[in-house]
Design a protein around this ligand. Structure first.
Ligand code: NAD
Length: 369
């Protein structure tokens, strides 16, 4: 049994600890079955970290995150902390983690589980069997570019500025992740920008094409304008395998793709940093949803997005394809049994609590393992 895989668990606020508890039960299950053992530690992040440690993520927690092989993140935020100064807001904890761990590649799979076909607003035939991956550049582009700000002009008008900026190395490193991902999937990359109206988009297109021609000719590459991509995602999403795009377009397109699947409680994500000399990357795995204060503490939250984020960790941080498949299959089997938390409840299915969904998953894992 492999050991010494260092995990830092940051459950956070609201439903974060409730959904993370179900992930911890899955981790214990793997340990009990002597399949994988993780060396886990826990720390505070978000509003609860501010309350106890005076910052949304402390330096001590940052040091633990730097030392970990992977970070499992729950969710942060809630009404209690909304009026804090900007630098102390819970979300700043997540932003600091992303920045200091250098997590430049954000992976958001959009997978449709057959028992949940009816949860999408799109026709079943358009989304049945859908399995796409949106790869968003996370640390560059218009959200970080300088100059930025709002200035008052001599004539009294105000002028707001943000700058879209990418360098060759920023484009190439995310492009490389896209091609590597595609090789393990259906071998297709669609690179998305607005090269027709933006110079930074033109550069993006040229650099992705150059990288492809030099190192990844075995992967099928297409380029697409972002507006067309938004349209194609709802018209015929199954044409895509991996979509790679910048921070701004990725923000929008990944939410659009996520909603093809119909449910926030089912969406995992991964954020990866640069590979070191051993090929290991800093990585953080988290559900796409927030802290859901409206249902926190009620044992109602859907833990599957967090459990699927854990499966992504097995796959992308530890290359444990078999174990990742096992977790994903347990989720599929639980859904096929008609077991549902209230966010994914449908006709002829049974509403269950967070913990009963966890119980069901463990039973399904027992059958598989
Ligand atoms: P949210 O994702 O927390 O909730 C939106 C809606 O979806 C709510 O009705 C909620 O009950 C439901 N929902 C979300 N996750 C669910 C789950 N697992 N199971 C069942 N239902 C679920 O978004 P919001 O309401 O806009 O934000 C609430 C707080 O979360 C805010 O403080 C926001 O800043 C924060 N937030 C944090 C993150 C993060 O930690 N990465 C992401 C988004 C929002």
């Amino acid at each position: 049994m492999s050991a010494n895989k260092k995990l830092l668990i940051l459950a956070g606020d609201g439903i974060g600890p409730e959904v993370m508890h179900q992930v911890e039960r899955v981790i214990e299950w793997f340990d009990r079955k002597r399949l994988v053992r993780f060396d886990t530690s826990e720390a505070l992040v978000g509003g609860c970290a501010y309350d106890v440690e005076g910052a949304p993520v402390s330096d001590a927690t940052m040091a633990k995150a730097q030392d970990a092989d992977a970070v499992l993140f729950g969710a942060v935020g809630g009404p209690k902390w909304e009026s804090l100064p900007f630098a102390m807001r819970p979300e700043r904890g997540l932003l600091r983690l992303r920045k200091e761990l250098g997590l430049f590649a954000n992976l958001r799979p959009a997978v449709v589980f057959e028992p949940l076909l009816g949860a999408s607003t799109l026709k079943p035939e358009v989304i049945s069997g859908l399995d796409i991956m949106i790869l968003r550049e996370l640390t560059g582009g218009v959200y970080f570019g300088e100059p930025r700000g709002v200035a008052t002009l001599p004539d009294g008008q105000r002028r707001g500025v943000n700058t879209q900026v990418y360098t060759t190395s920023e484009i190439v490193r995310v492009g490389r992740v896209a091609f590597e991902l595609a090789r393990k999937r259906r071998n297709k990359v669609c690179s998305v920008e607005k090269a027709n109206v933006m110079e930074s988009g033109e550069l993006w297109r040229e650099e992705i094409q150059k990288l492809h021609d030099a190192e990844y000719q075995d992967v099928e590459l297409h380029h697409m304008y972002a507006d067309n991509c938004a349209m194609q995602l709802v018209r015929n999403p199954k044409q895509f395998d991996v979509i790679v795009t910048d921070n701004l377009f990725g923000d929008i397109l990944s939410d659009c793709a996520a909603m093809l699947t119909g449910s926030l409680g089912m969406l995992p994500s991964a954020s990866l940093g640069a590979a070191d000399s051993t090929g290991q990357r800093k990585a953080l795995y988290e559900p796409v949803h927030g802290s859901a204060p409206d249902i926190a503490g009620k044992d109602m939250a859907n833990p599957l997005a967090s459990v699927l984020s854990f499966a992504m960790m097995l796959r992308y941080s530890f290359d444990m394809t078999e174990q990742a498949d096992m977790v994903e299959q347990a989720v599929k089997n639980a859904l096929a049994l008609g077991v549902r938390t209230s966010d994914i409840l449908q006709a002829n299915t049974a509403r269950v609590s967070t913990s009963v969904m966890g119980d069901t998953l463990l039973r399904e894992l027992d059958k598989l393992g």
